[in-house]
Design a protein around this ligand. Structure first.
Ligand code: PEP
Ligand code: MN
Length: 339
């Protein structure tokens, strides 16, 4: 931490800051310049709030220089995290991993057809919500346990892995036998109790960025899961809320290279929720791969016009096929490949 004192700060002000820094466990290095005193705190106390220093007497500015997320930070694992799934699929390696499927599991027929179409593109994961966090309580809330069973059944039939959203702690146990990866939705990125519990399971988690979450908040939420001992964690940019209303969200492509720099965790992109308009989803998917994403999570529905949720942003099966062909051309440009 660096504390820059005001030019008019008294020796008493300076001593008060030094005392507090020492109390927290910092080694303090003092530099007295012509116009102000700079106090550099070396060391990494577990708990300190830089805001506390900003309001001390005589302080001009205080900056944190170490990151508040220790386990999620790139320096924890400079080589990057690789996650290996039961069938040998690796996330975080050279190959970009594709996850696709409908927003919600709606029926056996719908999810089986989806699974076949997704498998035909070469994607590795089938997505589909069994528990749905809907903005309105009157909208379709998902098929629940029945949906989980269907996901497992059709994935086994097509050789896909299953990713689906967990909304609350009580669903974790119920879901474990049926799924390969938990999805934490944007609305739950700061459901810290849920995150803590997911830190104790031994199953990978993909955590989406909250609707208005800063990158630091994303990484601090990741820290909740990692600090429980679950290191099989992926992050996912899915668009954020801005003043723009034309698109459903604003796909923050810039978050991808920023996260890749700051963390060792694999970074996914969800271009479907990111832009919310079907015909523009492929452009966001291509841009995400070009920007360094390790994988994509995309919505596709056998009949989007009849979808029970997110039909307007769900690709037609043929669109997904075409998109994957294009992705196969973009990936090598950035040193990656797509199965
Ligand atoms: C979803 O993937 O269908 C979903 C609800 O996503 P998000 O949490 O990003 O809104
Ligand atoms: Mn959706």
């Amino acid at each position: 931490m660096i504390v820059a004192m005001q030019g008019k700060a008294t020796e008493e002000n300076i001593q008060q800051v030094i005392e507090r820094m020492v109390e927290l466990g910092f080694n303090v290095h003092r530099t007295t310049g012509a116009s102000q005193t700079i106090l550099a705190g070396v060391g990494t106390p577990d708990h300190f709030d830089v805001a506390e220093f900003k309001v001390l007497g005589g302080v001009h500015e205080a900056y944190r220089i170490s990151s508040p997320y220790k386990l999620a930070g790139r320096s924890f694992r400079p080589e990057g995290t690789k996650i290996t799934f039961p069938n040998g699929v690796v996330v975080g390696g050279e190959q970009i991993v594709l996850m696709a499927g409908p927003c919600s599991v709606e029926s056996r027929d719908q999810i089986l057809t989806s699974a076949k179409q997704v498998a035909a593109t070469g994607a590795q994961f089938l997505r589909g919500g069994a528990f749905k966090p809907r903005s309105s309580p009157y909208s379709f809330q998902g098929m629940g346990l029945e949906g989980l069973k269907l996901l497992r059944e059709v994935s086994n039939e097509t050789g896909l892995l299953v990713i689906t959203e967990v909304m609350e702690i009580s669903q974790i146990e119920l879901m474990l036998p049926y799924i390969d990866c938990f999805q934490v939705g944007a609305r739950n990125m700061q459901n810290f109790n849920l995150l803590r519990e997911l830190g104790h399971v031994r199953k990978p988690v993909l955590m989406k960025r909250g609707i208005s979450a800063t990158i630091e908040e994303v990484l601090l939420s990741a820290e909740y899961i990692l600090s429980g001992g679950n290191y099989d964690l992926m992050l996912c940019e899915r668009g954020i809320r801005t003043y723009e209303t034309y698109t459903r969200n604003t796909m923050d492509i810039s978050a991808i290279p920023v996260l890749k720099k700051l963390t060792h965790l694999p970074v996914f992109a969800d271009p479907s929720h990111g832009i919310g308009i079907r015909d523009m989803v492929p452009a966001m998917a291509l841009a995400s791969v070009a920007a360094g994403a390790d994988g994509l999570l995309m919505e596709m529905h056998p009949n989007p016009d009849k979808a029970m949720s997110d039909g307007a942003q769900s690709l037609y099966p043929q669109q997904l096929q075409d998109l994957v062909q294009q992705l196969r051309k973009i990936a090598p440009v950035v040193g990656r490949s797509i199965a």
